[in-house]
Design a protein around this ligand. Sequence first.
Ligand SMILES: [Fe+2]
Length: 301
Amino acid sequence: MANGQILAGFLAPHPPHLVYGENPPQNEPRSRGGWEQLRWAYERARRSLEELKPDVLLVHSPHWTTQQGHHFLGVRKLNGKSVDPIFPNLFRYEFALDVDVELAEACCAEAAAQGLTTKMMRNPNFRVDYGTITTLHMIRPQWDIPVVGLSANNSPYYLTTEEGLEEMDLLGKATARAIARTGRRAVLLASNTLCHYHFSEEPAIPEDMSQEHPQNYEGYLWDMRMIDLLRRGRTSEAFKLLPQFIQEAFAEVKSGAFTWMFAAMGYPELPGELHGYGTVIGTGNAVMEWNLVKAGFARAA
Ligand SMILES: [Fe+2]
């Protein structure tokens, strides 16, 4: 097989509150709902994903942090319990997922060929982070599509933001080459929140939506500015502003998933479809889709 392709990329944020609000059987805590605007945004994204019929979902998560290099899930079947260390009251999730190890190894090799430090994660008892699990659950709760998980190397935090994101750009380009080489029909998931200013206290009822709103007005304005550019397909302008956005809105895109995804797609000047926006403990979250099949850049199933 060869000539694989990227079918779409999704901005697919991972607040565990969204899983908590859904009450799936895998998650232990129970809720009375909450964060519906974002959960219904994910429902729309799920319908698009269903039509795309990908072979594999690739997810880059800020909460699988690796100090040295970029790591890739490399065990065919992983299962266990994933707990959010900040919100263990909301997220204690029994996961079971299938990994596309062949594609993961190809991504790892291509990234190494770009000069990046890389490593395959071979621990069979590895506890997959809540960011990866939440994004995957929200976009495809059936768990019937194999995945490739990529860690977030800390380079944007140790180096300058720009230098760190250059690594994510290389990682994205390497990912695209690996997808092409292995013949996969792939969907990319950037597991990132936008403005990341948050409240430091939780309401007595976490899902009490009368308490939910943007924590920071300037951060909210930044989110709207970036979403507006992305909805109009002004990708290069959005990327020019990215370091300033990260700095002023404490944006989680600093950790690299957003840059990785756009680099893999070739930074298309393509209007993104906003499925929905909402805050979670005050942080800004958008579910957005760049559908390369609809745009004519990739072949339909
Ligand atoms: Fe996060």
